[in-house]
Design a protein around this ligand. Structure first.
Ligand SMILES: Cc1ncc(COP(=O)(O)O)c(C=O)c1O
Length: 432
């Protein structure tokens, strides 16, 4: 397939709303013609106008082993030859569930679904079914997919679109939105105060343990433990949404590896699907068994536990365990962060890199971002300039200030050097 970005995107706009199947891809956060790709390999994506770009979006974190990894591709092909969906229990989905339960503390049972949105939607319904309460507490700037209950002060593409009202989308009835309360992330006082007032009404608190949808914002020491304690004290469930975090920083969840917190329900996505549509909701058996057919909370899916996706997911987990790319990804990310921070300081550019493990955000701000209010103070027009400067130099970062970038196992030290030197060139061209 050949052509160019502009021509393909014009065609896309004729037949797809906004030309995209998910809003942030439209480049509204940075302007310009969106990237259209024909494929990718390793750390690279290939644009429709023949460019090769080093990709730090990595399908929003799904491609932890890089694009078209040979082992994943082979696993998918092998599975495809044996049938791609049956709507019947398959052996591989049993292996997959066993694997997740063995790697995530407190996950005694797990159900496979097709997207992070579906995993969270199911987790919310389960929490409400278990507690017989309606109220859900989330945090400003966290994104948990696009189900009705979660589109309240949401992050990611909702932020990029400039909408930070109560219900973050048209089409969400106010009657639904009122059952979701959003509090400032990392704000112990706000959480304590809310629990003191309405704790007994809360079905669940849902949190991204390390928030990734207002850019990367890590939790303050003790924040997750506080949520654990408070939810327990009022009989509410704690849902850790690990759709970005899970298997991203190590071979388990952020909450178990870095916060020593055991949630009641965990949602997973992205990495566990190896680039195919696969996500999961899991937790303690006494809660998970409330799902139909054991219990009264309905949840289902024609393609759930899809054999192709499970094959990709299982192979991804196997490679991650065998190769342990985590320290290497973290080291490369650390070099990017330190390199870029030093150049920004030298040029007096108000930009600082937030990073953890192999994940980073180029925050166009001179302050450390600890919550949504801090993220909103970023200079998004400066971000657009930096984005396009890098893009022109063959580097593709997230096309929005309010997202994460990902170093995959396929990125190299040469990529890191190229990133830092490109940032140096971009800053030099800025007349600030
Ligand atoms: C933390 C988190 N939860 C849920 C979702 C929704 O996942 P999906 O896009 O697969 O529906 C996302 C997507 O980015 C996410 O970052």
């Amino acid at each position: 397939m050949s052509g160019n970005n502009a021509a393909w995107f014009d065609r896309a706009k004729q037949v797809t709303p906004g030309g995209v199947n998910s809003p942030v891809r439209a480049f509204n956060g940075v302007g310009g013609v969106p990237l259209v790709v024909s494929g990718g390999k390793g750390d690279k994506v290939f644009s429709s106008d023949g460019r090769e770009l080093t990709d730090y979006c990595c399908s929003w974190g799904a491609m932890i082993l890089g694009h078209a990894n040979d082992e994943i591709t082979a696993a998918i092909a092998e599975r495809a030859a044996k049938g791609t969906t049956f709507g019947i229990v398959t052996e591989d989905e049993v292996l997959f569930a066993e694997r997740l339960c063995s790697l995530v503390p407190g996950m005694e049972k797990v159900r496979a679904v097709n997207s992070g949105t579906e995993a969270v939607m199911s987790a919310i319904r389960l929490a409400r079914g278990v507690t017989d309460r309606d109220l859900i507490v989330k945090f400003d700037g966290c994104y948990h997919g696009h189900s009705d209950a979660m589109l309240v002060k949401s992050g990611s593409g909702v932020l990029t679109a400039g909408n930070n009202g109560e219900a973050s989308s048209a089409g969400v009835p106010a009657d639904f939105a009122r059952h979701t309360v959003s509090l400032p992330y990392n704000d112990f006082e706000a959480v304590r105060e809310f629990f003191a007032k309405r704790g007994k009404e809360i079905a669940a608190v849902i949190v991204e343990p390390a928030a990734g949808n207002m850019g990367l914002v890590t939790p303050k020491e003790g924040f997750l433990a506080e949520l654990r304690e408070l939810t327990r004290s009022v009989g509410a469930l704690l849902i850790c949404d690990e759709v970005i975090n899970g298997f991203r920083f190590g071979l388990s969840t952020y909450s178990s590896l870095f916060a020593n917190v055991e949630p009641d329900i965990v949602t997973l996505g992205k990495v566990i699907g190896g680039g195919l549509p696969l996500a999961a909701v899991g937790g303690k058996a006494m809660y998970m068994d409330r799902f139909a057919p054991e219990g009264p909370v309905y949840q289902a899916g024609t393609l759930s536990g899809n054999p192709l996706a499970v094959a990709a997911g299982l192979m991804t987990l196997e490679v991650l365990e065998r190769d342990n790319p985590y320290p290497g990804m973290a080291a490369k990310c650390g070099r990017i962060a330190e390199g870029v921070n030093a150049i920004a300081q030298k040029h007096g550019i108000p930009l600082q890199v937030a990073y953890f493990g192999g994940v980073f955000t180029l925050f166009c701000s001179s302050e450390t971002v600890a919550d949504l209010a801090g993220a909103m103070r970023c200079d998004t027009s400066l971000y657009a300039k930096v984005f396009h400067g890098l893009y022109d130099r063959g580097i593709y970062t997230a096309p929005s200030q309010f997202e994460c970038n990902f170093v995959s196992a396929a990125h190299t030290d040469a990529d890191v050097d190229a990133f830092i030197s490109a940032v140096g060139e971009v800053f030099q061209t800025m007349d600030r």
